[in-house]
Design a protein around this ligand. Structure first.
Ligand SMILES: Nc1ncnc2c1ncn2[C@@H]1O[C@H](COP(=O)(O)OP(=O)(O)OP(=O)(O)O)[C@@H](O)[C@H]1O
Ligand SMILES: [Mg+2]
Length: 509
């Protein structure tokens, strides 16, 4: 609920911003009231992050203005924004990799009057306290570069919370957080809100928006569509406002005929990454969903399978033949493809064009006699750009210039077009808007239909239930159980996740 003393804290008025020929914002306005949580939604590339960067002074607008407590903000910059009490968590974590967690948290604190001597024991203790407050079990003297994605996100949250801001901006803060951490974040947000902090909240997860937001503003193609009370709007209406058209069924249930096991993993263990005795099979044409909490070992299992982490026991069979996969190169040769969770570091090459990013893993398809046929590359890339609705001026644009969600689509396109025997997807639709999700499910379904064995790690219950032929649930590095499509319910999955239930068998058929 909004505080009674509701008054406008921050306004963006008729903001315009172009990047070359791309009109990212075409006159966007937004009003933020003290104590409210204001959701900002729109498709990938609608302009959300650009607006945020203008509010935080990281980008300068071409026209329009930002007002704080009614006064126009001149000469805006990130330092100025901090001084005004605006804190932000950006979509791409922006920690200094070579500084420790404590240094990352403390360095951006607002100065308290006169300069004080740097007191490291004090700062570390302070950082530890802030980390505890956001529920992060991270040691303050860890180097930021050694943190996992969720840990980086928690440190960013700690840093923003510590700034004690009057405006807190969260750009997809929960993208890689587990359920427990999400709950923790929501509690902190509620607490800050009662103290009058205004929050801008960006997320592609609708359930979250309905839980936390008081109002919602919709952007479409760089324009404001409108601002609505959350209580008076349905998700159907919201989707319609975002995409401006009706969507087809989100989960196109494909009818693939399941064949022989393509991937057969027997008792795989990796001490180093906490994977214990994992056995599972994926058949030709099958989509096996891998459910579980963040941190349950799903990503680690995928990494061990793909040769990114050492295995110390167990066997992997592909089409009945024992294979040794010691490196990603081995994995690719054996017909595996892997879309990692951390796309920022491993998913795309930021300064390479969109087309090359898409075709790089399947160059043989666009080459003849060892030469890349650029027309073929161009054509193939364009097909994927169209079908996944990648918002980009053209196929030569560097991926760095795309919005977060559109970068994800490019990473996904790369692996979808390799036509692998086995496709491992880690959170395939994370950060992707509702319109494009449907298309991605469609493409995954089509690959399965053509005979690919798909192993899909996902934390989205709808996605797991809607797409999977069978669902394996992981807990603490082990498979807790396998459910058939027919027997799977959210409750049963949760039971296994929490280590309570039992299932038809360790391995299923
Ligand atoms: N540095 C840049 N150079 C060129 N174009 C850019 C740059 N930053 C953003 N854009 C373009 O501006 C548009 C808006 O991007 P923005 O990142 O604001 O979208 P978004 O709403 O945050 O999307 P997402 O949900 O995918 O994060 C996109 O078309 C994007 O490609
Ligand atoms: Mg964005």
């Amino acid at each position: 609920m909004r505080a009674n003393t509701a008054q406008t804290v921050l306004e963006a008025l008729h903001v315009r911003k172009s990047f070359g020929g791309v009109r990212a914002l075409r006159g966007v306005s937004l009003e933020l009231i003290g104590g409210e949580t204001h959701a900002l939604v729109g498709e990938n590339g609608a302009g959300k992050s650009t607006l945020i960067k203008i509010i935080t002074g990281a980008l300068q607008p071409d026209a329009g203005e930002i007002r704080m407590h009614g006064k126009v903000v001149e000469h805006h910059s990130p330092a100025h924004a901090r001084a005004l009490g605006i804190a932000a968590i950006y979509q791409q974590p922006a920690l200094f990799p070579d500084l420790t967690v404590a240094e990352n948290i403390v360095n951006t604190r607002r100065g308290k009057g006169r300069r004080r001597k740097v007191h490291w024991t004090e700062r570390r203790a302070h950082a530890a306290k802030v980390l505890e407050k956001v529920g992060a079990r991270i040691r303050p003297d860890t180097l930021a570069r050694n943190l996992s994605m969720p840990e980086q996100q928690l440190v960013e949250i700690a840093r923003a919370v510590d700034a004690n801001a009057s405006v807190l901006i969260l750009d997809e803060p929960t993208a890689s957080l587990g359920e427990e951490d999400v709950e923790h974040l929501f509690r902190i947000m509620a607490e800050m809100r009662t103290r009058g902090t205004a929050i801008i909240y960006i997320s592609h997860r609708f359930e979250e928006l309905f839980r936390v937001a008081d109002r919602v503003s919709v952007l479409r193609d760089g324009s404001s569509v409108g601002t609505y009370d959350m209580a008076g709007i349905t998700s159907e209406k919201l989707i319609h406002l975002m995409v401006g058209r009706e969507l087809e069924t989100v989960f196109p249930k494909h009818d693939a005929t399941l064949g022989n096991p393509v991937l057969d993993v027997r008792r795989l263990s990796s001490k180093q990454c906490g994977v214990k005795d994992v056995s599972l099979q994926v058949r030709r044409g099958e989509i096996l969903g891998l459910a579980g909490l963040v941190g349950s070992g799903r990503t680690q299992f995928a990494e061990a399978l793909f040769g990114l982490a050492p295995k110390d026991a167990g066997e992997v069979y592909i089409n009945g033949k024992r294979v040794e996969i010691e490196s990603p190169g081995d994995a690719v040769r054996e017909g595996l493809a892997y879309l990692p969770e951390d796309r920022r570091n491993h998913g795309v090459v930021l300064d390479m064009p969109v087309a090359a990013n898409i075709t790089i893993a399947s160059l043989q398809r666009v080459s003849a006699n060892g030469f890349i046929r650029f027309e073929d590359e161009e054509k193939t890339a364009k097909d994927y750009i169209r079908s996944l609705t990648v918002k980009t001026p053209d196929s030569h644009t560097p991926v760095a210039n795309l919005s977060g969600g559109n970068q994800q689509k490019v990473a996904l396109a790369r692996w979808l077009m390799t036509d692998p025997k086995i496709l491992v997807l880690d959170e395939p639709t994370q950060g992707i808007d509702v319109g494009a999700k449907a298309e991605i499910y469609h493409l995954i379904g089509r690959l399965a239909q053509k005979g690919t064995a798909v192993l899909m790690i996902s934390s989205e219950m709808n996605e797991i239930l809607g797409m999977s032929d069978r669902i394996a649930v992981m807990t603490k590095g082990r498979i807790a159980g396998v459910l058939s499509r027919e027997e799977a319910t959210p409750y049963k999955i949760l039971e296994l996740t929490l280590g309570l239930g039992s299932s038809s068998g360790q391995e299923g058929a």
